[in-house]
Design a protein around this ligand. Sequence first.
Ligand code: PMP
Length: 365
Amino acid sequence: MSRTDMPRPKPGVMDIAAYVPGRETAHGVAKVHKLSSNESPLGPSPKVAEALAARNADLAIYPDGSAHVLRDAIGRAHGLNPANILCGNGSDELLGLLCQTYLTPGDEGLFTEHGFLVYKIQIMAAGATPVSVPDTDLTTDVDAILAAVTDKTRIVFLANPNNPTGTYIPVSEVRRLHAGLPGDVVLVLDAAYAEYVRRNDYEAGIELVSANPNVVMTRTFSKIHGLAGLRIGWMYAHEAIIDACNRVRGPFNVNALAITAGAAAIGDRAHVERAVEHNEEWLGRVCEALETLGLRATPSVGNFVLIHFPAEAGKTAADADEYLSQRGFILRRVAGYGLPDALRMTIGSEEANLGVMDALKGFMA
Ligand code: PMP
């Protein structure tokens, strides 16, 4: 290959559209409510602060590279064998790790039209070809995914529930998807919002993973456990997948504070239950209020809701975003997800939720 004056990223890297995180601030506003990244308004369990305070270990020492305290705690909480668990620096890291481990140039990775953007980024970073599959009514369409599978397909990402739509598919549909995939395709069930779902026909994926060597379930401490700042995710998979990913990951990918905090958080079932109840109550109240205001919301099973705005000048999603930001309410623009007419609102504290509804009343008037 000919030499150039400058280092050149490998092919495809400069085609990646970098992930844009939810905004944190609004200018000139005293109090800001950040409702743009689906974080928990309850924060972490009080047991986390206790565990961190009691931890007198030396920060000069590397963490346990296998994060066994955390894997054991996750295994206890979910009834899983810790040998089938791998932890990461957020589930984001694990999504990338799966791509690095299973994709090579020429392979195809599938994800849904309005799916989480990190899938596409990580498929491209691995040098493979991203394939977006159309949704139906903002919901995963299993037939469309199966129709998009080719000889080159190596990985399929499914966020269930999906972010930013808040929709989900029942376990019967996930099983049908799995049954239609070749055995050498990795099916990644991203269950970042699983704890929030209160539907009898929903399952995060534990049984599918236990029964099949090509299914991975990813989970996070960033949402229900209120620990987004510490970056902790985990995946549950067959030993062969765990073994392969262990060879590729960084040797100390989960830091010492994250291991301590995560283990304390997952043991506090009461805190998780409080967070679920808060969400259940306020998701309902927010959706009712939106309906009263004449705004359409996509029915959500997560801790956020997609609000659709009219195309009318002065009343669009961009206008609403501007109006709310000026009043200290930061929601998420989702044009990058193919949803230019909508804003995604994280269910926040009572004060934040009531504040947004009040501000939207002014906006719609
Ligand atoms: N998957 C989905 C569907 C998400 O919405 C998010 C957070 N935005 C993640 C994964 C990543 O979460 P984390 O890296 O914080 O674990």
